[in-house]
Design a protein around this ligand. Sequence first.
Ligand code: GTP
Ligand code: IMP
Ligand code: MG
Length: 358
Amino acid sequence: MVTVVVGGFFGDEGKGKIISYLAKKDKPEIIARAGVGPNAGHTVYKDGKKYGLRMIPCGFVNEKSRLFIGAGVLVDPERFLYEVEITKTEGRIFLDKRCGIIEKKHKEIDSGDKFLKKTVGTTGSGCGPANAERANRKLKLAKDIPELKKFLTDVPLELNNSINKGEKILVEASQGFGLSLFYGTYPYVTSKDTTASMAITDLGIGPTKVKDVIVVYKSYLTRVGEGHMDGKITEDNVNEFDFWRELLEKARSKGIKGSVNEAIAEYLGEKGTVTGRPRRIGNFDFKLAKYSSMINGATQIAITCLDRLFPECYKVTSYEELSERAKKYLEKIEKKIEKKIFLISTGPEVEDTIDLRE
Ligand code: GTP
Ligand code: IMP
Ligand code: MG
């Protein structure tokens, strides 16, 4: 039984948190990382310690699960080996022998090319140049790197054997819908599609094996790097919702300067996990959410960071205990996207979750 978790906005929706919750709660035998590569930054907590993961699946928080990285995911060997060490996952983490390898030259092109760095605003992690080289059929693969030898396996075989035994597989994608090379805000996008269909291709799982697709949305919109976003919070619309006004007041009273958008972003701690760049903040984008739920074939949706808009909901674990205004907000999302919300995150830690699944 396969469950796929993907981002419905521009990445940083809090997929890391949702995946770590599902890893602990549902106890999948296998947790498999899909997506582009180390351009991702997922934040997870384990035993009170914070991890900013770019390669290892966030599901590592479940110590019993076996962890896999699919052939579609680019691997930066240095970063991978570092994360294996800090997460102590050697012995249960495996890479597909066909994963593409990011070398120093790819990172140099990514950071040195004016169009990539300035216009698109890439993460500089080398993913775009490495994917381009793969399309040119010149990229090195994991099987060419001696240091990775002990981690290599045939990921599709492992995963499909596990599916045939009736085991549970949790697939974690990275980035978000708006960054898809095909369906996002081209050219301000990443170097690959970011939908659920791509995620299973990355891993070598067929579409008939997928039971659920969980699309994750943050309670508001954020975007790091360049490219358009609707509903950006500015001086002109900040008073339309009481929560934005309250957040701005709190930011200013803490002495935070800068534009309305910058002040709220800084107050909320919204900055890129990989690059440290400030994220832009916007209203929940219902149109984008509905479209991404459609293309991903969502069966369930998850909403994160509810407590950031409604601080009275911090760490609440039952729907009934949410404030009236937060419930109204969630009902509006369900109505507009025409999908049911099954998971609500009310804080960064695994326990801060409302689970409305059967
Ligand atoms: P990408 O792969 O880049 O999309 O990453 P991501 O979706 O895993 O999100 P990321 O970890 O970059 O950013 C989410 C941030 O919000 C992290 O700092 C999380 O710890 C935090 N977070 C996640 N859920 C919640 C929540 O419900 N409430 C609060 N307060 N923080 C949350
Ligand atoms: P690249 O993926 O590094 O080529 O970056 C292309 C665009 O995608 C830039 O706007 C990045 O900021 C954005 N991006 C890539 N990965 C992530 C992510 O994990 N979270 C948020 N934005 C991302
Ligand atoms: Mg992130």
